[in-house]
Design a protein around this ligand. Structure first.
Ligand SMILES: Cc1cc2nc3c(=O)[nH]c(=O)nc-3n(C[C@H](O)[C@H](O)[C@H](O)COP(=O)(O)OP(=O)(O)OC[C@H]3O[C@@H](n4cnc5c(N)ncnc54)[C@H](O)[C@@H]3O)c2cc1C
Length: 478
């Protein structure tokens, strides 16, 4: 189908004003934050979509998908558009960007069963604010909370800053509604647990729009006690020791909501007023008062056994934390900064067992510093810990000088490739929480090893015509 026919077909399904074909809007929709350099320079290299289709109901989603499936048109699902890994890139000509931000109703906040149901286009900030007004919280707090919406948050297997206590989104989703490419609408019911075969929620959670479109989700709620929060902060000289202390806290069975470790360079970016080129270790304990205090007391005791750690004023940590989230004004400010300074930043997050995480960190630090030119910041932190391991979130800024957009992507991929290689060779995961997108798809077989068979079979079964977010998670076959 040519572009004109695609647009005409969409207008038979949706009101004309819900089918957007403005050229600049389409260009902006062809990329996400992976190609923010292109977006800022207004030099676009990806095929421009045929249209953005704004769905207003699950039925709209089903009809657009069926139309695309019948006519073999690539569909890129979108909600909050805060993706960082190329998940929103329209890599083939004449795609449809199917935007669910209009499905923005909070359907229920249920304090008896402690769960909330929202359509895919509800911004997490809005849902959590409404829950908090009733003394409840979703417990989900990614830094993009003011930007990201429920569909995208579930589709990317996102994780929030309080994950050590509440878990990732996969621990929070109770049930959901999704639409498959043939237009079939399915609902996974909301129950506390079931042992009725495999947990099919996990086919949908993290599918990145490459299998189905999520239209509604139900997540757990928890009591909200911000008055009991206890913040703790320390400076120290060794990342190795920092990882060991995180491990000790986790394996002894404590559940702080935040457990973070910054290396000196990343720490200097966030805590310039006290880090003094040292590592920074941070905890927050929350929940009912007795629990929060007991958790904080135990962490104080664990850290005190390491005299190399020097306590800092907890007020610094609390103040830093309350300004961590990004809203649209931060995105706008970042655009100006990149345009003015030519200095651009990206991230790559991985996970590994305790026994390997420091080795990965150390090897990646050494190689990226030696092999990637013009770095202006190269550091990392651990922000999500588990009983058996943790993540590392690598942060790299470099000066783009007069690089062309594709050269800037090459530089980004050079750093990413080193991080992924050093992680995979030590048995870690190349992808802790931002999703695979279009770029880490390059290494998806190495990530999955023999279990790639399961992933590939799911794709073939649920999206036999390959119209769902082509090139995402699984590269387009050559
Ligand atoms: C400043 C900033 C901070 C961030 N911090 C965090 C963080 O702390 N933790 C974290 O996990 N992530 C973080 N992210 C990444 C991003 O916010 C998350 O991946 C988020 O879950 C994306 O949600 P979204 O609604 O913006 O999705 P989008 O950007 O619209 O889409 C993301 C992906 O999901 C697919 N998708 C979107 N909606 C649907 C749907 N309804 N059905 C099926 N597929 C869909 C898209 O095709 C795409 O592949 C951050 C991003 C930014 C810009």
């Amino acid at each position: 189908m040519n572009r004109a026919d695609i647009v005409a077909g969409l207008k038979k399904i949706l009101p004309a004003d819900k089918v957007v074909t403005d050229e600049q809007i389409l260009k902006d929709a062809s990329v996400d934050r992976f190609r923010k350099y292109e977006n800022i320079r207004r030099v676009y290299t990806q095929p421009i979509p045929a249209a953005i289709a704004y769905a207003g109901s699950t039925r709209d989603v089903a009809e657009v998908l069926k139309f695309a499936n019948d006519n073999r048109i690539n569909v890129v699902p979108r909600t909050g558009a805060s993706a960082t890994e190329g998940g929103l890139e329209t890599v083939v000509p004449d795609s449809i960007v199917l935007d669910g931000s209009g499905l923005n109703k909070i359907i229920s906040i249920d304090p008896v069963n402690m769960q909330a149901t929202a359509q895919c286009g509800v911004c997490l900030q809005q849902l959590d604010d409404q829950a908090r007004a009733q003394g409840l919280t979703t417990g989900h707090s990614p830094q993009s909370k003011p930007l990201a919406q429920m569909g995208g948050l579930v589709a990317t297997r996102s994780i929030g800053q309080f994950s050590t206590l509440y878990g990732g989104i996969e621990d929070m989703v109770v049930g959901l509604e999704a639409v498959f490419p043939d237009g079939r609408i399915v609902r996974i019911k909301n129950v506390p647990r079931r042992a009725a075969g495999p947990d099919i929620r996990h086919v949908v959670i993290g599918n990145e729009g490459a299998l189905c479109y999520i239209t509604e989700v139900t997540v757990k709620l928890f009591p909200f006690h911000p008055e009991n929060n206890v913040f703790l902060g320390y400076v120290l000289d060794s990342m190795k020791l920092g990882f060991e202390i995180l491990r000790e806290v986790m394996v002894k069975g404590y559940k702080p909501s935040i457990a973070r470790l910054y290396d000196p360079e990343d720490g200097a970016y966030h805590f310039s007023h006290f880090a003094n080129d040292r590592c920074v270790l941070i905890f927050m304990a929350e929940g009912p008062k007795s629990l929060a205090e007991a958790t904080a007391a135990a962490i104080r005791e664990i850290v005190a056994a390491h005299p190399e750690c020097e306590p800092v004023d907890p007020a610094y940590i609390e103040r830093w934390f309350s300004h961590l989230n990004w809203d649209p004004s931060n995105i706008a400010a970042e655009r100006v900064e990149i345009a003015e300074t030519n200095n651009i930043g990206h991230t790559t997050e991985i996970s590994a067992n305790w026994s390997e995480v420091y080795n990965i960190y150390e090897a990646a630090m050494r190689r990226v510093r030696a092999e990637v030119p013009d770095l202006t910041l190269w550091g990392g932190h651990s922000s999500h810990s588990y009983i058996n391991g943790t993540n590392v979130y690598f942060v790299y800024y470099y000066n783009v000088g007069d690089l062309k957009p594709e050269e800037e992507i090459d530089r980004h991929l050079k750093a990413k490739r080193i991080i992924v290689e050093e992680t995979l060779k030590r048995g870690g995961s190349m992808c802790h929480h931002h999703g695979v997108g279009k770029y880490r798809a390059l290494w998806i077989r190495e990530e999955y090893e023999s279990s790639f068979h399961i992933l590939e079979t799911l794709k073939k079964a649920f999206d036999p015509n390959g119209i769902m977010n082509m090139g995402d998670i699984i590269p387009i076959p050559k």
